[in-house]
Ligand binder design. Structure first.
Ligand SMILES: Nc1ncnc2c1ncn2[C@@H]1O[C@H](COP(=O)(O)OP(=O)(O)OP(=O)(O)O)[C@@H](O)[C@H]1O
Ligand SMILES: [Mg+2]
Length: 249
């Protein structure tokens, strides 16, 4: 297992948001996290690379193990944790620097290549996400002139460029058109040959198309987990069944 949570509970102040979540993520798999709004999917995902740390009154109990190491261990270096566990958010958030530098920044920060190689890598990752052709003649322009979908592809390229072991995707296609969505789905499936992907999605058809495993969250609890086909098409839990058939709430 590359990543495991053991009895992970998370909350803000007096409010417990996640209750004793036990989940395992195996190498080279895609796991979809599904569930109604407010069920704790993003909170869970953000805990996996300690993105919630800076939120006031945030607390956790239980364990998160990355390659068998506790990520909340005081010895863990946050920068190297986030290099191993990358993240792409629902809304594209390019950095205020050139298109090329958005991809190069992680490579530079982590000293993954020399200057010349960095140029090649920028091209490689932009090509991998299918963006290179559209931006090759304006690599030094601002990313904010790109369309929303292109900005999201850029954020994916940025995340891939640091060579993560695990990629966390929080509704990455919710603002994309069907064609770009399909391109991202294909890319995610392709990426999972090398890395482990955990994706939050409200699109159950998408979860079914790309995920190996699915985890259904409900009110901060992991209600059902299993092979994506089983959870999404033949759920054993009554609440999961209501959710996947659109009868919840
Ligand atoms: N900073 C915060 N302080 C207090 N409560 C929070 C904070 N962030 C999230 N919550 C609460 O945690 C619960 C879970 O939120 P979360 O964003 O994880 O849900 P979600 O499953 O991702 O929902 P959605 O599908 O709408 O994105 C919600 O009740 C939310 O109000
Ligand atoms: Mg969310």
């Amino acid at each position: 297992m590359v990543l495991q949570t053991k009895d992970l509970s998370v909350g803000y102040g007096k409010h417990e948001i996640l209750n004793r979540v036990n989940l395992n993520f195996a190498n080279n798999t895609i796991t979809a996290l599904v569930g109604p709004s407010g069920s704790g999917k993003s909170t869970f995902l953000r805990t996996l690379n300690r993105m919630n740390d800076s939120i006031k009154d945030y607390w956790h109990n239980g364990q998160v193990l990355l390659d068998n190491e506790e990520i909340f261990d005081p010895d863990i270096d946050l920068i190297s944790l986030r290099r191993k566990v990358g993240m792409v958010f629902q809304r594209p958030n390019p950095f205020p620097m050139s298109i090329a530098n958005n991809v190069a920044i992680g490579i530079k920060t982590h000293k993954l290549a020399n200057k010349k190689q960095t140029g090649f890598l920028v091209e490689k990752f932009l090509t991998q996400v299918g963006l290179y052709k559209a931006v090759s003649n304006r690599l030094n322009d601002s990313p904010f002139k790109l369309s929303g979908g292109q900005q999201q592809l850029l954020c994916l390229a940025r995340a891939l460029a640091i060579g993560p072991e695990v990629l966390l995707l929080d509704e990455p296609t919710s603002s994309l058109d069907p064609q770009t969505t399909q391109a991202v789905e294909n890319l995610v499936v392709d990426m999972a040959k090398e890395i482990t992907v955990i994706i939050v999605t409200h699109n159950l058809a998408q979860a079914r198309r790309i995920a190996d495993f699915a985890a259904f969250f409900w009110d901060g609890k992991l209600m059902e987990y299993g092979r994506a086909a089983q959870v999404l098409e033949d759920p054993q839990n009554e609440i999961t069944e209501k959710f996947v058939t659109g009868k919840l709430g």
